[in-house]
Design a protein around this ligand. Sequence first.
Ligand code: SAM
Ligand code: SF4
Length: 329
Amino acid sequence: MIDPYGRHTSYLRVSVTDRCDFRCVYCMSENMSFLPKADVLTLEEIDRLCSTFVSLGVRKLRLTGGEPLVRKNIMSLIRNLGRHLKAGTLDELTLTTNGSQLPKFATELFDCGVRRINVSCDTLDPDRFKAITRWGQLQQVHDGLEAAKKAGLHVKINAVALKGINEHEFDNMISWCGEQGFDLTLIETMPMGEITSDRTDQYLPLSVVRNRLREKWTLTDIDYQTGGPARYMQVEETGQRLGFITPLTHNFCESCNRVRLTCTGTLYMCLGQNDSADLLTALRTNADDDLLIETIHEAIGRKPKGHDFMIDRRHSGPAVERHMSVTGG
Ligand code: SAM
Ligand code: SF4
């Protein structure tokens, strides 16, 4: 799958549900209305879609959401997708999770072939954690991280950088990740979906954060690329990696290798654009995969060069209307 700008699509991110047990302030409003269950792909349909992408050259699958681990029977999907790892047709099966369900699932995830996971955690302060996630408890996530370590899963912590909220914690978080053996990635807020607060109040450019961190830490550029918006540095004092995801201050699109599938079967070729392809019709109207494959190729042929995200005083509304929990982070 090669797009019009010569980029290979080798990475599929799949939102397996739009539901979640947290209500993070930058991601959802507190009283979100979720999709009716009938509109959501079945686990068998998700498997069929993922497997078709694997047959077309996708080497990495990431399950996300919403919270992927709150979807009923999610482990059966993960176990089934693990067959592509065993067959050598997939390099990596991974997920992004808020960590709340890891005490229950960490061992089984490893058993299914998952080796690395991203766990979102924006603060090490229990009260602040409650304020950011509204419904979450930090201890739950710490128990989940302990379970992940015990199971042998490699963990990367994702933290959204929020102005005036967690910005004074990054030194602590770097030390803590060093002690725990976790990599850390800081993420700029992205203007996706209506939320109740003003995004210009939350937005903190990571260029500012990086300069501040350099005063305390020795950060060395490293040549670690994931084909995504993260740029990685080595923290010499801890030996762990520190990533910066800067969709708003840095243009990463030229190396983009990914597409995103929602839990309703819509394929987004770019996180920051509204153009999409409907894979559901091809999936549900045809028992064989010919139309599905044709629809995917046609969609990749329309993959845009880049995104149009912008946050400033004149543009504080969402650049795209769907929430991150729809497309998956
Ligand atoms: N529930 C899982 C989690 O929190 O890791 C997976 C889905 S969540 C949408 C994926 C990632 O997107 C999380 O790291 C979250 O912090 C991030 N995220 C959500 N909304 C965002 C926004 N508006 N801007 C930047 N990152 C966002
Ligand atoms: Fe849920 Fe993840 Fe969104 Fe937080 S960021 S509300 S955990 S989907």
